[in-house]
Write a protein that binds this ligand. Structure first.
Ligand code: SR1
Ligand code: MG
Length: 399
């Protein structure tokens, strides 16, 4: 019945999973609920109400859920499945388990992370997770260093790179992250009334900034460094006390490591800006501590992973190479963080940490984010430690 591709709905999904998973075919009451709240796909929770067991089924359509104007190959579901499988081979505790992938229907079934919460929502509620920095830095260093030329035989890496060519999803980022927020002639931008003059001066008319943004865009286009997640914001992270799972790597491709690390930094800063304007000092303190830990633990674990797994002769024999390499990754990180920050304020895909705020609080939070973003982009090589970020946050907060 499902031998050709069709977009499932709450009715047809039940017949589909019963065909795929015979154990569900005999269950007396199976419930289905579409629970997707992302921009691209359809996500169903399928639950055997008798046993209480459930799975998640994720299907890609041929347009983005957020808007038909994005025509996208449903092959992104294969990329997501293969990326999760590969990441799971390095850090099985930090990703959901995949049960099956169906290349005809462009869907995959995976572990239901029912008791977890999407991290962005948890941060909007000012919840704190002391182990997050440890978990996310393990995820990033393991997945980024171990898929790079430092660790993989170069020919194997090139083979893998082919499997992760992801032109349409990369194009979304090229447009939404690297281009549109810097010009006022893109109708997908939406500037909050009250911040128009700020955006005009600091983003749209800032040719010196544009020079740096162009350089970062070309880093994204050309630096096939590692298999990156490609969309590592806090909406792509499930979290609960003591556990973290990174989901949704459908934007994965061989790109610059700093894009992932920068996304994590940027999304912590959205939560920080929310905390600052809401005057929640203990939440702000936790975010600042976490940001410092993310940068510093990333550095430490990067070196350790490199030392444990490197096979590239220069990486093995030249002690100083790792330091030089890491400096570049951290420079990319700061620049990419700045780009993610500006685009979430001005561009199409905004973030709840900021949009939930009202009036002057939202305007101030946006200006805090854009001010820091431009500093990170313009002076990217200065951000080599957690403390350099902390200093920037404190200065802009006092200003
Ligand atoms: C059209 S997709 C908009 C955004 O949602 C995804 O999660 C990516 O961040 C993308 O930029
Ligand atoms: Mg996503």
């Amino acid at each position: 019945m499902f031998s050709t591709y069709q977009l499932l709905n709450e009715e047809t999904v039940l017949s589909y999973v019963k065909e795929k998973l015979p154990e569900l075919a005999t269950a007396s009451h199976v419930s289905v609920k579409e629970i997707g709240d992302g921009n691209l796909n359809y996500v169903y929770r399928i639950k055997d109400e008798g046993t209480g067991q459930s799975i998640i089924l994720k299907q890609a359509g041929d347009t983005a859920r957020i808007s038909d104007e994005f025509k996208l190959s449903p092959d992104r579901n294969r990329i997501e499945t293969e990326a999760l499988t590969l990441q799971g081979s390095f850090v099985s505790d930090l990703v959901p388990t995949i049960y099956f992938f169906d290349e005809v229907m462009n869907c995959c079934a995976m572990e239901d992370l029912g008791e977890f919460q999407i991290m962005r929502q948890a941060l909007v509620e000012h919840k704190m997770f002391p182990q997050f920095a440890d978990h996310i830095t393990t995820f990033m260093t393991e997945t980024l260093v171990r898929t790079s030329d430092v660790v993989m035989p170069h020919k194997d890496k090139k083979e893998q790179l082919k499997r992760f060519v992801n032109p349409e999803l990369c194009e979304i980022s090229e447009d939404l992250v690297f281009t549109e927020p810097y010009y006022n002639n893109f109708n997908r931008n939406e500037v909050t009334p009250g911040n128009e003059a700020f955006v005009e001066e600091h983003l749209y008319q800032n040719t010196e900034l544009h020079r740096h943004v162009a350089k970062l865009k070309y880093t994204f286009l050309t630096k096939s460094e590692s298999l990156i997640h490609g969309d590592m914001h806090t909406g792509s992270i499930f979290i609960k006390e003591g556990e973290t799972k990174v989901i949704d790597p459908e934007f994965a491709f061989y790109g610059p490591m700093g894009y992932d690390v920068g996304n994590v930094v940027a999304n912590l800063i959205f939560a920080w800006a929310n905390g600052v304007v809401s005057q929640d000092d203990s939440f702000v303190d936790w975010i600042e501590k976490t940001l410092v830990e993310v940068v510093d633990q990333f550095k430490e674990k990067f070196v350790a992973t490199w030392k444990n797994h490197a096979i590239e002769p220069f990486a093995v024999q030249n002690e100083a190479f790792v330091t030089t390499y890491l400096e570049d990754v951290l420079k990319d990180t700061a620049g990419m963080a700045g780009l993610e920050m500006n685009r979430r304020i001005v561009g199409l895909a905004k973030v709840k940490d900021i949009t939930i705020l009202e009036g002057e609080a939202r305007l101030r939070a946006e200006r805090l984010v854009m001010t820091l973003a431009n500093q990170f982009i313009l002076n990217a090589s200065a951000y080599q430690t957690g403390d350099t970020y902390l200093k920037a946050l404190h200065e802009v907060k006092e200003h």
